[in-house]
Design a protein around this ligand. Structure first.
Ligand code: HEM
Length: 136
């Protein structure tokens, strides 16, 4: 497994831990009131588990497993994949800042923009790896 995938999957596992911990606290809070501020962490729970865990794990495995260039056995445009990971993580924390920490609508918007840019960068990396090379 390439080094980048290892780092992405490690990061995804940390988000899984954070997201499930918040989820467990929220669940417990429904039975026994723990602290009124806990519901503010629901957006962080969602962001960590959907973007931090599911999307990030997908990117990590995709970077590893998609076909590599025919005969060259290297992954093209690795820098785009690295940029995608940075943008995704910056986006996640901006979204959490804009929701849970009430940093403002523009922070939330910037976070979503960063996440969209992450998707575009990863697509730019992966495009050449999913194009048919038959007849090449
Ligand atoms: C991959 C795993 C998970 C994902 C993607 C996920 C995602 C979500 C989403 C999208 C919501 C908002 C639902 C809504 O507003 O209708 C939510 C709410 C919630 N989640 Fe999770 N979740 C996950 C795992 C967990 C786990 C493991 C726990 C508990 C240990 C948990 C506890 C909760 C609680 C208590 C709520 C609030 C429910 C309510 O509004 O009454 N979640 N989750």
């Amino acid at each position: 497994m390439p080094r980048l995938s290892q780092w992405i999957i490690r990061a995804a596992l940390i988000y899984l831990l954070l997201g499930i911990t918040i989820g467990a606290l929220l669940l417990a809070h429904k039975g026994v009131a723990l602290h009124p501020i806990l519901w503010a962490w629901l957006p962080a729970h969602i962001e960590f588990l959907l973007m931090g865990w599911i999307v990030q794990l997908t990117l990590g495995v995709a970077f590893w497993i998609l076909p590599r260039y025919w005969q060259q056995l290297r992954r093209p445009n690795e820098g785009y994949a690295q940029a995608a990971v940075v943008l995704l993580n910056v986006g996640i924390w901006l979204v959490v800042a804009g929701t849970t920490f009430r940093a403002g609508a523009w922070v939330l918007f910037a976070g979503r923009l960063a996440e969209m840019a992450a998707v575009l960068f990863f697509a730019a990396h992966a495009w050449g790896r999913v194009v048919s090379r038959e007849g090449a």
